[in-house]
Design a protein around this ligand. Sequence first.
Ligand code: PXG
Length: 288
Amino acid sequence: MKVYINGEFFDSADAKISVFDHGLLYGDGVFEGIRVYEGCVFKLDEHLERLEMSAKAIMLKIPLPRSDLSEAVCDSCRQNKLVDGYVRLVVTRGIGDLGLSPKLCETPQIIIIADRIQLYPDSYYTNGMKIVTVATWRNNPAALPPMIKSLNYLNNIMAKMDAQNAGYVEALMLNDRGCVAECTGDNVFILFKGVVYTTPTSAGNLKGITREVAFNIAKEMDIPLKEVELTRYDLWNAEECFLTGTAAEVVPVTEIDGREIGDGKPGTTTLRFIEAFRKKVSIEGTML
Ligand code: PXG
């Protein structure tokens, strides 16, 4: 595999960055996870825009304009002959000293890893996932805005471990008001009485690109969609529930906190979203 670092490609064994990089020392940096389907990069411009917005929020100047970054992502796929896969685009603060201050970090590092993707098992899509609320809250926006896709994912990793310790694969995270925020790497949607609901980003979640795709699917299918702060009670009583994310795509949830959702099977509206999503990824995207 060839890994891109600052404009050069290295064999994966030689793709190295400094131990003094603040990305490693402090999680000081931003990233994107992007999918490639049938030789086309899905929602590339949207991912690059979010990367720039995350970088702006942490006052990190990305050393390449969007057009060059876009080309670098596509080039990484081509170098690796990647037709279907996952691209991890990372921008770190760069090399500094052991102090917190980013002032000494002169050159942000751009890393692009284009790899095959470990897909979720088919059973998640046919039978649905079981998720559980965990004790770890999503970051409080006043401490670290969850809209920033930063390299510091410890909050979500803690939640993931909580879920795994309880015997589940995915965690439902609440915000500091006790309302639903999101899962560790996915946004949450429910269906109730013909309306699809999801939590607004002000509830403390990432503005997911797949979430936006789901908004468009709802519009195209004439299904009303509302962004409302949701409680666990709302989720337990939902007729359907699904998660959206770049890795998970659209995945049904059939049990939350031991409560069966609907009839315990993936809902018909959820299945329509999955189908519409799969159609979109097969016809849209930036050609390599
Ligand atoms: N919420 C959080 C906290 C995320 O990290 C999403 C929602 C979904 O956003 P997109 O734009 O992907 O629709 C994410 C996605 C993984 C993985 O392997 C996922 C993410 C980050 C790292 C790993 O599932 N982010």
